[in-house]
Design a protein around this ligand. Structure first.
Ligand code: PMP
Length: 329
């Protein structure tokens, strides 16, 4: 019989699929690495596994231990899955502005969620930074993964994401494009591919307009999980050959096209990365192979990017069914 012993054993080995519709007019092959095939529906399962494996090896996590992390996003789901498998207690500290479905997901996996007020500065004792630090210090056997500083995150991508792309493209990959949040994905995957090709592979960071990585004005933006206003330890900018700066409107329009035209229901950072990948691919010859990483699933964005009213209220253009197919009424 062929089966996995636990759902957490299915992390990684996500497929590549060619983009066919949004690539119209492009000669190069553009392949999407679809990370929602991970059991927690995002690339973050990879870093959760690698961080926990390393913590166990280093003696930071022992049987009966507790994992404490301030996150409500994809990293939380990955950690919750791994904590279940390994028998750890899992506590997430979450600012109350994230109340709702994201928190419900973490609780559904059996994690404990401690809500903290959003409207206090980081140094305040009730802030989510302070509370998670305090819990990690007070609970015996507690471990804090600290995804923005833990180098075992990028190492997870170096050991899995990079080799998978190399194997599945049979060494023909010429360009790698990914968004940058903690920088773990692009640093680990990019470094592996650079080493595999003597530096030949071109690594391009997709960055939201407003983030620090790509330079220019620093301001707010709506695409989630990417861009930063500080330089995390997990990001190695020397791996990146260049950046493509992408605005919210373009990211969200592409996200919706990926669902409608390519059958890929993905999150906003995936749309952003594909916009960047298509800019990179536009002038490349037919033998170029551009791999773009799509970090997560679109189900978490149904009431946002995929909701016409949410889009219109924020001034983003929406193409409705009647506009694309003619009125059937
Ligand atoms: N997209 C989404 C939806 C994410 O949650 C993240 C992780 N913050 C990223 C992209 C960026 O990945 P990384 O942290 O590895 O740079």
């Amino acid at each position: 019989m062929r089966y996995a012993s636990h759902i957490a054993d299915l992390v990684g080995n996500t497929p590549l699929v060619r983009l066919n519709s949004v690539t119209e007019g492009i000669a190069a092959t553009v392949l999407a690495k679809v990370e929602y095939f991970n059991p927690g529906s995002s690339a973050k399962d990879r870093i959760a596994r690698n961080i926990i494996d390393a913590a166990e090896r280093d003696g930071l996590l022992q049987p009966g231990g507790t994992i404490v992390e301030p996150t409500s996003g994809n990293t939380g789901v990955g950690l919750a899955l791994l904590a279940q498998q390994r028998g750890y207690r899992m506590i997430f500290v979450v600012p109350d502005k994230f109340a709702g479905e994201k928190v419900a997901v973490l609780k559904a996996y059996g994690a404990e969620v401690v809500m903290t007020p959003t409207s206090v500065p980081p140094e305040h004792p009730d802030s989510y930074y302070s509370v998670s630090d305090r819990l990690a210090a007070e609970i015996p056997g507690a471990f804090k993964p600290n995804q923005f500083a833990n180098l075992n995150g990028p190492r997870g991508h170096y050991e899995t994401t990079g080799p998978e792309i190399w194997r599945d493209t049979e060494g023909q990959v010429t360009h790698f494009v990914a968004g940058v949040g903690t920088g773990g994905t692009i640093s680990g995957t990019g470094r592996f591919l650079k080493e595999a090709t003597d530096g030949e592979v071109v690594v391009v960071g997709a960055d939201p307009e407003g983030s620090i990585y790509s330079g220019g004005d620093i301001h707010g933006y709506l695409v989630e999980g990417v861009g930063e206003d500080f330089m995390p330890a997990t990001f190695d900018p020397t791996v990146v050959d260049g950046y493509e700066r992408v605005g919210d409107a373009e990211s969200f329009a592409m996200t919706r096209r990926l669902a409608r035209e390519e059958g890929l229901l993905v999150g906003g950072s995936s749309g952003m990365a594909v916009v960047a990948a298509l800019r990179v691919a536009r002038d490349l010859p037919a033998d170029a192979v551009v791999v773009v990483l799509l970090p997560d699933h679109g189900r978490g964005y149904l009431s946002k990017i995929y909701d016409d009213d949410w889009m219109r209220e924020r001034g983003f253009a929406v193409t409705t069914d009647s506009e694309t197919t003619g009125s059937l009424a």
